[in-house]
Design a binder for this molecule. Structure first.
Ligand code: PCA
Length: 212
């Protein structure tokens, strides 16, 4: 059976949980679309996150990789369109690193596109009444870093698809007035994203852009 890799992140920034970690744990071992899901947790550390991810690419030879991370404050499941070649950390990572305006890959391209069908994923989630929207930036912290590292590793492997999806806080994390989604909904959302990615070769051509 072929493998799909779903990664989550350990908690960071003073949080004690990270929904992406729970999603990776819960999906580990599931069979979706005839593929086995391997769920793994990455450290929220610049450099180490990419190194671990690269190790999993060698270990499991996945045909599809979906990185998942927490974007506290967002209300929707957000497939990311693009990874950019910069680290610019507003807070320290879990090893105390706080790079500012630093290239992830020296002389690497400014950005890599996700090779997931991001619009089809957003549409499929909304069809299940799960709030979803394509995001135009994964930020400049460890998630964007790992996403860029993933797409750099896949740059000469066009048949292996990869990308990144940010998820909101879980209800336990959200402070008053902050949006959140139940963990089960987020697990279902990422399972759906795996299924849609496996069956969709060509993304939808519908406007998902933001006007400002
Ligand atoms: N979210 C952070 C890093 C780890 C995570 O889950 C981010 O968006 O960069």
């Amino acid at each position: 059976m072929k493998n799909v890799l779903v990664t989550g992140f350990e908690p960071f920034g003073g949080e004690t949980t990270n929904p992406s970690q729970e999603i990776a744990r819960q999906l580990n071992g599931r069979v979706i679309g005839g593929r086995r899901v391997i769920g793994r947790i990455l450290p929220c550390v610049f450099g180490a996150a990419i190194e671990e991810l690269e190790g999993y690419l060698v270990e499991f030879s996945p045909e599809l990789i979906i990185g998942v991370g927490q974007a506290g404050g967002r209300a929707e499941i957000t497939p990311e369109r693009i990874a950019i070649n910069v680290d610019d950390a507003r807070i320290a990572d879990n090893a105390g690193l706080q790079p500012i305006d630093r290239a992830i890959v020296k002389r690497g391209p400014a950005a890599y596109w996700s090779t997931l069908p991001v619009k089809a994923i957003a549409a499929a989630l909304r069809a299940k009444e799960i709030p979803a929207a394509v995001s135009q930036t994964a930020g400049t912290f460890v998630c964007n870093h790992a996403f860029y590292g993933l797409m750099h590793a896949l740059r000469k492997k066009p048949r292996i698809r990869g990308g990144f999806i940010h998820v909101p806080f879980s209800p336990a994390q959200a402070k008053k007035g902050q949006p959140s989604l139940p963990l089960e909904t987020m697990v279902e959302a990422i399972a759906t994203a795996v299924a849609v990615s496996l069956r969709t070769r060509r993304d939808l051509r519908v406007g998902e852009g933001q006007v400002s």
